[in-house]
Design a binder for this molecule. Structure first.
Ligand code: FAD
Length: 388
């Protein structure tokens, strides 16, 4: 029988095990997990798990699936000619390899302690440290730090946020939406337009030399696909592991999925590094199909979806925004709002809704069918996103 090796035991790796068996694969499956724990869910780590201990381990029976789960085993390299992956504990052969090593947080220069939030262990450390009066400095006002700021403020920490852009979430959402969200941060000491040069024992030091004294520093300035172990593999790496719309690399025996993958999207005619939960959850079915039912030609090219819970709001973003797209704010009578992005032929490309899952679902369907919208009409939040 064939032997499939999965490197990385996160959401994408775990779902790959399930998808392979669901597709009828009866050969060997081995999964290498560098963390010493079985795969678990990460989104709760920056939400509920910061206030109470939560076990977010996936409810998957790997024995029943016949998966050889190798905990605490890290891949360090590979040889594609011999079809083996190297680890500290030896060589692991494969007939097909699925790269699912996720992404790792970027950190700043300096000798001071920088916390990050990526693993369950990171969440345990932060939960213990977030106490009333703790001077917490968050470097970066992105998705995860917005969620940490929310909880830390509720727990009575004194929260300072250092962000180099003019507003939080400026890069992913653009200036107009970012400014509209700025008031949500009113209860924290939000300093935009400042850049951190290094993190010292006493706290971050800004580019102008000033020190932001801190008890605890969390760096949340983004993540990078975890590809260090693939240097020298000959695989094409461009931010992530380059794959096509069937998640195949140029080597027919090697696939990549989840946060580590840079996949081609025919829909957007561009390479997407997803880094969203929904992507890692749904993409593995395409690998299983590519390996076991190649005749079906199953392509992975969904309308991307991402959510965040911050400052008492549920934000849901669907689609893919091009910086040149025009933004249309959608206003509801009750103070609720959303934002829609359209391209120069009035096609809906992306949509952000606040506290309104219904609008997200409508927009996702409209984007999926390539809807052309009337920018004036959709300014009313309660107007349907019609196809003209
Ligand atoms: P990961 O979950 O990162 O799993 C990869 C695994 O591979 C890790 O366990 C890693 O240790 C292991 N690994 C790495 N290198 C090696 C190696 N060389 N050998 C063996 N194993 C290795 N997304 C949303 O859409 N909404 C949210 O609200 C949201 N909140 C989030 C909150 C937090 C705190 C975090 C960290 C992420 C959040 N995400 C959210 C993103 C989402 O969790 C990720 O997109 C998803 O976890 C990606 O799954 P993955 O399997 O590709 O990678």
């Amino acid at each position: 029988g064939r032997r499939i090796l999965i490197v990385g035991g996160g959401l994408a790796g775990s779902r790959t095990c399930e998808a392979l068996r669901a597709e009828g694969f009866d050969g060997e499956i081995e999964m290498l997990c560098s963390e010493g724990t079985p795969p678990y869910d990460r989104p709760p780590l920056s939400k509920v798990a910061l206030t109470e201990r939560r076990d977010t381990t996936f409810d998957v029976d790997y024995d029943a699936l016949g998966v050889d789960l190798r905990l605490g085993v890290r891949a360090t390299g590979m040889d594609r000619d011999r079809r083996v992956v190297f680890t500290d504990s030896g060589e692991h052969p494969y007939d097909a390899l699925v790269v699912a090593t996720g992404a790792a947080p970027v950190i700043l220069p300096g000798s001071g302690r920088q916390h990050v939030l990526r693993t369950a262990a990171d969440a345990d450390v932060l939960r213990a440290a977030l106490r009333p009066g703790t001077r917490l400095t968050l470097v970066g006002a992105g998705w995860i730090n917005a969620e940490i700021a929310t909880t830390a403020h509720d727990l009575g920490c004194s929260v300072t946020v250092l962000e180099s852009a003019p507003a939080p979430l400026h890069q992913p959402l653009g200036p107009d939406v970012a400014h509209r969200m700025l008031p949500w941060w009113e209860h924290v000491d939000m300093r935009c337009g400042v850049s951190v040069a290094e993190v010292t024992e006493a706290g971050p030091v800004l580019a102008d030399g000033s020190l932001v004294e801190s008890d605890l520093v969390v760096t949340g300035i983004g993540v990078r696909p975890d590809v260090a172990w693939l240097v020298g593999s000959g695989l094409d790496i461009d931010r992530g592991v380059v794959v096509d719309e069937r998640l195949r690399t140029a080597d027919p025996a090697v696939f990549a999925v989840g946060d580590v993958a840079a996949r081609w999207s025919p829909r957007y005619r561009s390479r997407i590094v997803g880094q969203h939960w929904d992507d890692a959850r749904t993409a593995p079915a395409t690998i299983a199909a590519a390996l076991l039912r190649p005749d079906r030609g199953l392509v992975f090219d969904p309308v991307p979806y991402f959510w965040s819970d911050q400052f008492g709001h549920k934000i849901q973003f669907v689609g893919h925004r091009d910086p040149s797209d025009r933004i249309v704010f959608r206003e509801g009578g009750d103070g609720r709002w959303a934002a829609a992005w359209i391209d120069d032929s009035s096609r809906l490309t992306a949509h952000l809704s606040v506290d309104s899952p219904r609008h997200m679902v409508q927009a996702r369907m409209a984007i999926d069918r390539g809807a052309v919208v009337d920018p004036d009409a959709i300014g009313d939040l309660d107007a349907p996103v019609h196809t003209m």
